[in-house]
Design a protein around this ligand. Structure first.
Ligand code: ADP
Length: 457
């Protein structure tokens, strides 16, 4: 069995902490343990100057390798090109995407430095699996240093339509870099098709067959691998004593009120202001919900160095303040907005205590919260999921109540329908979604990707 080398911006956690962090870390750690391997990426630390020093932690057959970033590299690569250019652009926010050549140079520089650092630790038979938008040029850097190992890339976020991508001045360089991999994986079929359309329209590339595209003189495999969650474990967690305790405490606080739950990292792609407005519309259009239905939104801040993230928090505080001022009663707060994180068990309990899961991103690669909400439900009396059609998860969870998050009225209607959905309908929908989550869990995702990367050995 070939050794596996995983490259991702953040490394770990492993062991018990991996279980706490959930699906992806567990799935990767399992694969690394199984075949032995390296997991390489940024340490999360920023030093004053660049240093090529690698920190090494051995965990049985698994070795974690991390490097610090210099302040300059952090600003250009992470905060700059990755989070202020690629993140908004790939989520269709051309209006928020800022391009700065120096940031792009920094992005390439960090990819080159990381590739250079990994190079002496590679073995000829390694399988190399690179993750996400931080490391698009990683393989092209390694190839330029003479590496011939099989390399796969998985993009966790959406791949934009060509019309969006070409607004980026360096679109050609990015896509060319992807052709240094042997396999490029996307979350959904539309992402895969967007990539292929770009190759055909912009580079004169050619579709060879269902899974292969030729461009820039190379043929690569291009496939969709929808990422899953650790479904059984999450369902067990939600039925555990710790989660039940959270669930009971939640019910005590609710005094018979019904809870709708939203859980997101605070990000402008998650459609949070639109969501709050749709909830306000629910209270306007269906006044019977006043005093009886609460929206709890859990949204810890992220990427606070980037200004757009501060703006979104201010906007949300403004809207929830308005709605609460307008409708609130001494014994009922319509929107409860919580800016902190919860452990997995507590989160599972909160999902289970909520009659409706409201997941309305404006654009999302997959959205694992939607999957976790479903897995956490009581099999005897599950809640209903309201899900944006623009989340990758909507392609699998088509038994959710699917909405367009830009349609305030439509989301309010969907909420009303879900709040009143009879139990048999909730059960039907839940069984259908849970069946899919069991079949297409995170282990299948990892195994499918690695099988495609190995090809015919
Ligand atoms: P993204 O990767 O864009 O943040 P996903 O929905 O795909 O969105 O994944 C988010 C992950 O982070 C989920 O596993 C979810 O449980 C977790 N998460 C989000 N918000 C919180 C929170 N407040 N506390 C704990 N975990 C959270």
């Amino acid at each position: 069995m070939r050794r596996l080398v995983v490259v991702s911006n953040r490394v770990g956690p492993v062991r018990a902490a991996a279980k706490a962090a959930g699906g992806l870390a567990v799935a990767l750690v399992d694969a690394l343990r199984e075949r032995g391997g390296l997991w390489f990426g940024w340490s999360g630390k920023v030093g004053e100057r660049f240093s090529s020093r690698i920190e090494k932690v051995e965990e049985g057959p698994l070795t974690l390798l991390t490097m610090d970033l210099s302040q300059e590299d952090f600003d250009a690569y992470y905060n700059g090109f990755a989070n202020q250019t690629l993140w908004p652009l790939f989520h269709y926010r051309v209006d928020l995407s800022q391009f700065d050549r120096a940031h792009f140079e920094g992005y390439n520089r960090v990819n080159a430095r990381f590739a250079q650092a990994l190079l002496p630790r590679l073995e000829p038979d390694d399988l190399i699996w690179v993750h996400d938008y931080h490391f698009i040029p990683f393989a092209s850097q390694l190839r330029s240093m003479g590496c011939e190992q099989r390399m796969g890339y998985f993009l966790h976020i959406p791949f934009p339509a060509p019309e969006i991508l070409v607004t980026l001045p360096v679109h050609d360089s990015l896509v060319r870099a992807l052709f240094s991999y042997d396999l490029v994986g996307f979350q959904t079929e539309p992402d895969r098709i967007a990539f292929i359309n770009y190759c055909v329209q912009e580079t004169g590339g050619r579709i060879i067959d269902d899974y292969h595209v030729e461009a820039f003189g190379r043929t690569i495999q291009v496939r969709a691998f929808p990422i899953g969650i650790d479904t059984e474990n999450f369902a067990e967690l939600a039925a555990s004593a710790g989660a039940k305790d959270r669930c009971v405490r939640m019910s005590d606080v609710l005094h018979g009120q019904i809870q709708i739950i939203g859980v997101d990292r605070l990000d402008y792609t998650k459609g949070l202001p639109e969501r709050f407005r749709a909830f306000e519309r629910l209270l306007e259009n269906y006044p019977e919900n006043r005093g009886g239905v609460t929206l709890m939104q859990v949204a810890p801040t992220s990427r606070t160095d980037v200004e757009d993230y501060v703006d979104i928090r201010n906007e949300l505080e403004g809207i929830s303040g308005n709605v609460n001022g307008r409708f609130g009663e001494f014994d009922w707060t319509p929107i409860r907005y919580i800016g902190r994180s919860f452990g997995r068990k507590a989160l599972a309990g909160l999902y289970r205590a909520s009659k409706v899961g409201l997941v309305t991103p404006l654009r999302d690669g997959m959205n694992l919260v939607a999957k976790e909400y479903v897995a956490a439900q009581d099999p005897e009396n599950p809640g209903a999921l309201v899900l944006s059609r623009f989340a990758g998860a909507a392609r699998q969870l088509d038994s959710a109540v699917i909405v367009n998050p830009f349609d305030t009225e439509g989301v309010a209607e969907a909420l009303q329908r879900s709040l009143r959905m009879p139990r048999p309908e909730r059960l039907d929908r839940w069984h259908s979604m849970m069946g899919c989550l069991r079949r297409e869990n995170v282990d299948k995702w990892r195994n499918d990707f690695l099988a495609a990367l190995r090809g015919r050995e």
